[in-house]
Design a protein around this ligand. Structure first.
Ligand SMILES: C[S@@+](CC[C@H](N)C(=O)[O-])C[C@H]1O[C@@H](n2cnc3c(N)ncnc32)[C@H](O)[C@@H]1O
Length: 231
């Protein structure tokens, strides 16, 4: 599905989120603070928007490895990385976020934007993120959620169910993909349940920050107890 929608993926993100997705990724990137140099893994990296935001917001990141299972999404991402002159700091590889080839504790931070909802088992993905983090590592997960405010929730659900599938089908010419989007958002864990799952996976200092009234949330957790620093 992501191979099919890759050419229009970025355009639809900007249209359907009214451009907010860019600000959400930048805010997620800032969760890593300014310690460095650090190595970052971005799972389900798609067209590499989060690696780009990470390098814009955290100049002390040494390098970012992006993993995605869709070769077409990666192709669009590689073009963007090349155009921005970031090819020496970002490497995009095809792979499965739930079973990566990297050894234990290979990264200082692992990020994932709008990807964990798409993996078959969110807890297994969190286990993999935990395994990949070094002892002082940080996980940052950005994912859609539903607003807690009942009026906002009602309006957002109407937008998800009736507007997104129509615009998504018109622009991407894929009727199924943007219907899947609203169904997967509605079916995904809420912030409290997702934080509990992160704790079950072994993360400490787990937090959730709602974005734009709660239509998305940033989840953060650390591998070791916090010493008061950012990482
Ligand atoms: C909604 S897109 C998010 C892309 C990007 N992170 C962003 O912020 O726009 C979800 C991505 O997850 C990828 N994906 C889904 N399941 C995956 C898996 N098991 N392993 C790796 N990538 C996966 C898809 O190919 C797609 O590129």
């Amino acid at each position: 599905m992501f191979d099919r929608i890759a050419p229009t993926y970025d355009l639809l993100n900007r249209l359907l989120s009214f451009g907010r997705d860019v600000a959400w990724r930048r805010r997620a990137a800032r969760c890593l603070g300014d310690r460095g140099p650090i190595r970052v893994l971005d799972l389900a990296t798609g067209t590499a928007d989060l690696p780009i935001a990470l390098l814009q917001e955290c100049p002390r990141i040494s390098d970012v490895v992006g993993v995605d299972c869709s070769e077409e999404m990666l192709r669009v991402g590689r073009e963007k990385i090349g155009r921005r002159g970031l090819s020496d700091r970002v490497r995009l590889v095809r792979g499965d976020a739930t079973n990566t080839p990297f050894s234990d504790a290979s990264f200082d931070a692992v990020t994932m934007a709008f990807g964990i909802r798409n993996t078959p088992d969110a807890k297994a993905t969190l286990d993999e993120i935990h395994r990949l983090l070094g002892p002082a590592g940080t996980a940052v997960v950005l994912e859609f959620s539903l607003p807690a405010n009942p009026v906002m929730r009602w309006g957002y659900l109407a937008y998800l169910r009736f507007v997104i599938p129509v615009i998504g089908a018109l622009v991407s010419r894929d009727r199924g993909a943007y219907r899947y989007l609203n169904q997967s958002i509605e079916a995904f864990h809420g912030p409290a349940a997702f934080c509990a799952m992160m704790e079950q996976a072994g993360f400490r200092d787990v937090s959730a920050a709602p974005l734009t009234g709660g239509v998305a949330s940033i989840y953060k957790g650390s591998k070791a107890p916090s010493d008061g620093g950012d990482l």
